[in-house]
Design a protein around this ligand. Structure first.
Ligand SMILES: *[C@@H]1O[C@H](CO)[C@@H](O)[C@H](O)[C@H]1NC(C)=O
Ligand SMILES: *[C@@H]1O[C@H](CO)[C@@H](O)[C@H](O)[C@H]1NC(C)=O
Ligand SMILES: *[C@@H]1O[C@H](CO)[C@@H](O)[C@H](O)[C@H]1NC(C)=O
Length: 644
C-alpha cells in the first residue's frame, strides 16, 4: 500500500511540475511509467517475501534484484527528465504572471463593483454587502449618481469598514466626542457644520489649512442640501489619529453587529432624526482645555499606537528585535512572490511586519502626532494599518493643488519619447530626525541612499535570465551598485534642503545628502521620464493621482491608504514597491531591460533581458484611462456624499 501511495504522489508531483499550474494537468506518460515501475518494485518485494522460504538461491535473490532494477530505472528516468525538461515556471518572469493576475482580479472586482442599474438594485446590493439597510435619502444619493454617471456604484467597502465600530456608540455620545475634538484648538481638529443644508466652518481654522477646509466645502456644496444636520471633525494633520487597542475594537465590532439599522429605527422611517440641530452643541473657540488626544510628536509610535490594533498573537505585537539594517524576509514573505509584491492590500497590513517599526518615518518619529486610544470620529485623508480614522477624498486632490497639467514647454511625451529614467524629487518630510540616528530607517532617505550612495558591499539582488535563449530560466543575482548604475538610469534626489531633523540627524543627513541636493523640480517636468516613484511623506500622497493621469509609469511604495484604495489595482494601474525597497532595481530592470555588456550605444545593444516596453506602456495607459473614469472630481463627491 505504501508503495502505491508513494508512486501515485510522485506521479502527481510530476504532472504539477511540468504543466501549467493554473490548469487541470493532463495525465503525464512519464508519471504513469514511473508509477508502474514503482508498482513493479513493490510486487517484486511481495513475491520475494513469499519465496524467502524457497531452497533455491536463485529464487531467493530474484525478488530483491527485480525490485532494485525497477527502482534504479525509475530514479534514473526521474533525474534525466528533471535535467532535460526546463521548468516553465522559472522560464517566466514573475512580473509577467503578476500583471496577468492583476488583469483578472481587476475584471472580477469591477463586475461586482459596478453591477447596479437602479436604486432598488443598489439598495439590495447594499444590504447583501453590508448586512444593514442603506441610510435614509439613499435615493437622493442614487439620483446624484445618475447625474454624474460614476462607474463604481456598489463597492464602498472602505466606508463600511471605517464606520463599523461607530455603531457601538450612541448618537448622543458621537455628538459629544465630535464637539470635544473640535472645541479644543490644541487637538488640531477643525470643524464643519451642516444645518438645513447650509455649511459653516468652525471658528478654529488656521490660515495654513484654509485650502483644506475650503476644499472640503467645495466638495460638499453640490449635495449638502440632502445631508442631515451634523458636525464633522476634520483632522488638520497629515498623520492619522485614532488607534484603538485590539481588544476594545473587538468588543466595539461585536456591539456594532448587534446594532443594525433595523433595531435602531428612526422616528420617520424614511428620513433622519428630525431637528437633529438642537442635539449638537454650538462650537466656540477655546471652549475646553481637556483632550482625549495626547501629543506624541517625535516619539516612536509603532508599539504604542501603530500596532495596538493588531491581534496579540501577531508578530507586530510579539517581535521587537528588528533593526532597520537587518533584513526581515519573513516579514515580507506573506505578501510577496519571490522578490515582488503579489498582494498590495496585504502589504499595507502591518500586523505581520514587526520590522516596520524601524522602516518608516511615521513609526520612527512622526513630525506631528496627536493621537488617542479612544474611538473618536475623525475624518482623515489617509491612514496606515489598523488606524480607525474615517477616510474621505483628499481636498488636495479635489482642489488639484498638484495638478496634471502638461504644457507646451513641459509636455507629456508619448511613451517611446520619454527618457527611460526612474525619477523622484522630494523632501525629508516623512518623519522627524530626532538626533538618534534613526533617520537611516526612513523610506525616503533609504531610497535616496540606495540610488546614490550605496557602498560596494550594499549589493542589490536582481532577477535575470541565465542566458539569451528564449526559454532560459531566471535566477537572482547580487549586483554591485556600479553595475546597476551602468545598466539602469535613475535620478532620485532630495530637493532643496534637509528638513525635519535635529542635532546628529541633521549633521549626518547633511554630510550624506548635501552634496547632491537639487532644486525643486517643476511639477510638470515629471512627464519627461518614463518611471516615476511615489514614496510616502507624512501622510496621503499629493502626487499619485496626477502620476496616474500621466502617460508615465508610476511606481508606488506606501503604507498609507486612501479612499481610492480598492478601485486601483497594483500591477494593472501602477507598479507596487515594498516599503523595504529591496526589489526596486529588479523591477526597474524588468521594464528597462538589461544589456549584455555595460555602456553599449543606443540601437546597438544586445539584451540579456529585453526591455518590457509593451508591459510598461500598457500599465501606464491603463492607469491613465482608469483615473479618468473613477478618480474624477465627481467620483470624489459621490464617495463623500455616500459616506456622509
Ligand atoms: C450600540 O450598542 C452599545 C453596546 O451594546 C450601546 O451602548 C449603544 O448605545 C448602542 N448604540 C445605539 C445607537 O443604540
Ligand atoms: C490579499 O490580501 C487580502 C488581505 O490579507 C486578502 O483579503 C485578499 O484575498 C488577498 N488577495 C489575493 C488576490 O490573494
Ligand atoms: C552621495 O552621492 C552623491 C551623488 O552621487 C555625491 O555627490 C555625494 O558625494 C555622495 N555622498 C557620500 C557621503 O558619499
Amino acid at each position: 500500500m505504501s508503495v502505491l501511495a508513494f508512486a501515485s504522489t510522485n506521479a502527481a508531483m510530476f504532472r504539477v511540475g511540468w504543466y501549467d499550474r493554473a490548469r487541470i494537468p493532463p495525465p503525464s506518460p512519464v508519471g504513469v511509467i514511473f508509477s508502474l515501475l514503482m508498482l513493479g518494485a513493490g510486487l517484486a518485494w511481495t513475491v520475494h517475501i513469499e519465496r524467502s522460504t524457497s531452497k533455491s538461491r536463485r529464487d531467493r535473490v530474484a525478488g530483491p534484484k527485480l525490485m532494485l532494477t525497477c527502482i534504479t530505472v525509475a530514479v534514473a528516468l526521474q533525474s534525466v527528465l528533471f535535467m532535460t525538461i526546463p521548468d516553465p515556471d522559472s522560464a517566466r518572469h514573475p512580473i509577467d504572471d503578476l500583471i496577468q493576475a492583476a488583469d483578472a482580479q481587476h475584471a472580477e472586482w469591477l463586475a461586482a463593483a459596478s453591477a447596479s442599474t437602479d436604486v432598488s438594485m443598489a439598495a439590495k446590493t447594499y444590504r447583501q454587502r453590508y448586512g444593514r439597510d442603506p441610510p435614509p435619502r439613499f435615493d437622493k444619493w442614487w439620483r446624484y449618481c445618475e447625474l454624474q454617471a460614476p462607474l463604481i456604484v456598489d463597492d464602498f467597502d472602505s466606508i463600511h469598514q471605517d464606520l463599523l465600530p461607530f455603531w457601538s456608540v450612541s448618537p448622543k455620545e458621537l455628538r459629544e466626542r465630535t464637539w470635544e475634538a473640535i472645541a479644543n484648538p490644541a487637538n488640531m481638529v477643525s470643524g464643519i457644520s451642516i444645518r438645513n443644508g447650509r455649511l459653516t466652518k468652525s471658528p478654529y481654522t488656521p490660515e495654513d489649512h484654509r485650502w483644506m477646509i475650503e476644499g472640503i466645502l467645495n466638495m460638499m456644496r453640490p449635495f449638502a442640501r440632502w445631508l442631515p444636520d451634523m458636525d464633522l471633525a476634520i483632522n488638520l494633520n497629515d498623520e492619522p489619529r485614532v488607534a484603538i487597542p485590539w481588544r476594545d475594537l473587538q468588543s466595539m465590532l461585536a456591539a456594532a453587529g448587534r446594532n443594525t439599522t433595523s433595531t435602531l429605527q428612526v422616528d420617520d422611517e424614511d428620513d433622519f432624526t428630525p431637528n437633529a440641530n438642537r442635539d449638537w452643541k454650538k462650537i466656540e473657540l477655546a471652549a475646553i482645555e481637556e483632550s482625549r488626544f495626547r501629543d506624541e510628536t517625535f516619539r516612536p509610535s509603532f508599539y504604542t499606537y501603530g500596532s495596538v490594533g493588531c491581534p496579540p498573537s501577531s508578530l507586530a505585537r510579539k517581535d521587537r528585535h528588528w533593526k532597520w539594517h537587518e533584513h526581515c524576509s519573513a516579514c515580507e514573505a506573506p505578501h510577496k512572490t519571490g522578490q515582488f509584491i503579489s498582494n498590495f492590500t496585504q502589504a499595507g497590513e502591518i500586523c505581520h511586519q514587526p520590522d516596520l517599526a524601524d522602516l518608516h518615518g511615521f513609526y520612527i518619529a512622526p513630525a506631528t502626532f496627536r493621537t488617542t486610544h479612544e474611538l473618536m470620529p475623525i475624518f482623515s485623508q489617509s491612514k496606515a494599518g489598523p488606524y480607525q480614522d474615517i477616510l474621505y477624498p483628499s481636498p488636495w486632490n479635489f482642489e488639484e493643488i498638484a495638478q496634471y497639467l502638461p504644457n507646451e514647454k513641459m509636455p507629456d511625451y508619448e511613451w517611446i519619447e520619454k527618457e527611460p529614467v526612474l525619477f523622484w524629487r522630494g523632501s525629508t518630510s516623512e518623519g522627524y530626525g530626532t538626533s538618534t540616528g534613526t533617520w537611516k530607517g526612513m523610506t525616503r532617505q533609504r531610497m535616496v541612499h540606495m540610488f546614490n550612495n550605496a557602498t560596494k558591499s550594499e549589493k542589490a539582488t536582481i532577477l535575470l535570465p541565465e542566458s539569451k535563449a528564449e526559454d532560459a530560466s531566471y535566477s537572482y543575482r547580487a549586483m554591485e551598485p556600479q553595475d546597476l548604475h551602468e545598466h539602469l538610469p535613475t535620478s532620485i534626489r532630495i530637493a532643496d534642503h534637509i528638513e525635519r531633523c535635529a542635532g546628529r540627524d541633521c549633521d549626518e543627513q547633511m554630510s550624506e545628502f548635501q552634496p547632491q541636493l537639487v532644486p525643486f523640480a517643476e511639477f510638470q517636468s515629471h512627464w519627461k521620464y518614463k518611471y516615476l516613484i511615489d514614496a510616502d511623506g507624512a501622510g496621503f500622497s499629493g502626487r499619485f493621482i496626477p502620476f496616474l493621469q500621466s502617460k508615465s509609469l508610476p511606481f508606488k511604495t506606501s503604507l498609507f491608504r486612501e479612499w481610492w484604495q480598492s478601485r486601483i489595482t497594483a500591477w494593472k494601474h501602477f507598479v507596487p514597491l515594498d516599503v523595504r525597497l529591496k526589489e526596486t532595481w529588479s523591477v526597474l530592470a524588468y521594464f528597462h531591460g538589461w544589456r549584455e555588456g555595460p555602456g553599449t550605444k543606443k540601437g546597438q545593444e544586445k539584451w540579456l533581458m529585453a526591455p518590457h516596453e509593451q508591459e510598461g506602456e500598457q500599465i501606464a495607459m491603463a492607469g491613465r484611462e482608469w483615473a479618468e473614469q473613477v478618480l474624477r472630481k465627481e467620483d470624489m463627491e459621490i464617495y463623500f456624499f455616500r459616506l456622509l
